[in-house]
Design a protein around this ligand. Sequence first.
Ligand SMILES: [Zn+2]
Length: 476
Amino acid sequence: MPKVLLPTPLRPYAGGSSSVEVPGATVGEALAALVERHAALERHLFDEGGRLRSFVNVYKNDEDVRYLDREATAVSPQDSLSIVPSIAGGSSPIAVDPVTLSNEEIRRYSRHLILPEVGLEGQKKLKAARVLAVGTGGLGSPLAVYLAAAGVGTIGLVDFDVVDDSNLHRQILFGTSDVGKPKLSVAVRRLKELNPNVEVVPFEERLTSENALEILRDFDVVADGTDNFPTRYLVNDACVLTGKPNVYASIFRFEGQASVFWAAKGPCYRCLYSEPPPPGLVPSCAEGGVLGILPGLLGLIQATETIKLVLGGGESLIGRLLLVDALSMRFRELKLRKNPDCVLCGPRPTVTKLIDYEAFCGIVPEPADAGVPAISVEELAAMRRRGDPFVLLDVREPHEIEICALSGSMRVPLGELTENLHRLSTADEIVVHCRSGSRSAKAVAQLKQAGFRKVRNLAGGILAWADRIDPSVPKY
Ligand SMILES: [Zn+2]
């Protein structure tokens, strides 16, 4: 007979049992048999019209029956049915017993305290909560600021970067006078100034397979604000292995995604994307750009989901992928299902410990342009001084060339190179450059494949030129 697994709050209505075996060939029949045997359960599971209450989810094994055939879903004697009430008041994992609020805190949080959904109990949960933000960049900045303002008692921050000018258009933890300083020391000061009741725990290091489980151990919720695939898979895997919820967001140009991955209650990131894209296929924000407000929007969605998890209220993004398009200002939502074959959170996992995520994401230690012949900016300057005959090919986009360009260059964006090969001669000496040297390395590889022999990459691109040859060239 199929087995029905009952959550703790429902057990008193079933004589204290945690599981009940019932006859039935469908979910509906099994639940009917269950309430026939334990009549006190009925009003908790069904409304007056006999419909399953909206805040009660039923899973057949690992699958939410809403994505199968609902109550008509077939069950076999080996199956188990889990009744999972959606996150409602009281299901928060945070223990609040020893926590008290001072009069200053009561004044500070008064607009929270008068919300019945938060109240004194909820504010104590926030104070007792321990949230880890991985990254204090575009997503982590607004996330940490709002968590501190809201009174989340302990905020862990993982970052090892220093503040750069190009961070300031979105990383609102930092100001102009912070450029060059370690991000974490600035962040701790700023958050403590905002709310001295909050404890900020800095981890000034890169999150790695060696330290991740140790760092995550003491936190209740993890918010992933990273910008690269190795760390994103590392955060996901570490959260699944330690049973923590992973509040996820990612951004690119004008678009963002957000969800909550929590293997105990729904899918994990690997259920969605079991493998990373090959290196170079998806450009980073440093290559592709990002609208400054976008990480603000997504970081606040993460902060909202984090606070809901702590309070144990509302409807979480677990099992839903929110897609945000800032250009059209449209929010769409996709259903996410737990992948029954997930290598990590499935019933037969093959990933049972943290792995080498750089290798998993195909990132090799050598620079991407290894094997491509290159020249330095100093050599290029000497060639120009001597008046050597050569073609300087700039493969950046037109809007980048508007910012800065080297005189006398031929301009063909990387994406249009193949259809413009006829403009180049294999007899010519060619030097290719871009912003940093990575797109131009790809161009050199393409040109060599097309039969060009005398072609070289400008190492470091126009950024290196600005640093070492001509400081009047603006860096972007
Ligand atoms: Zn999974």
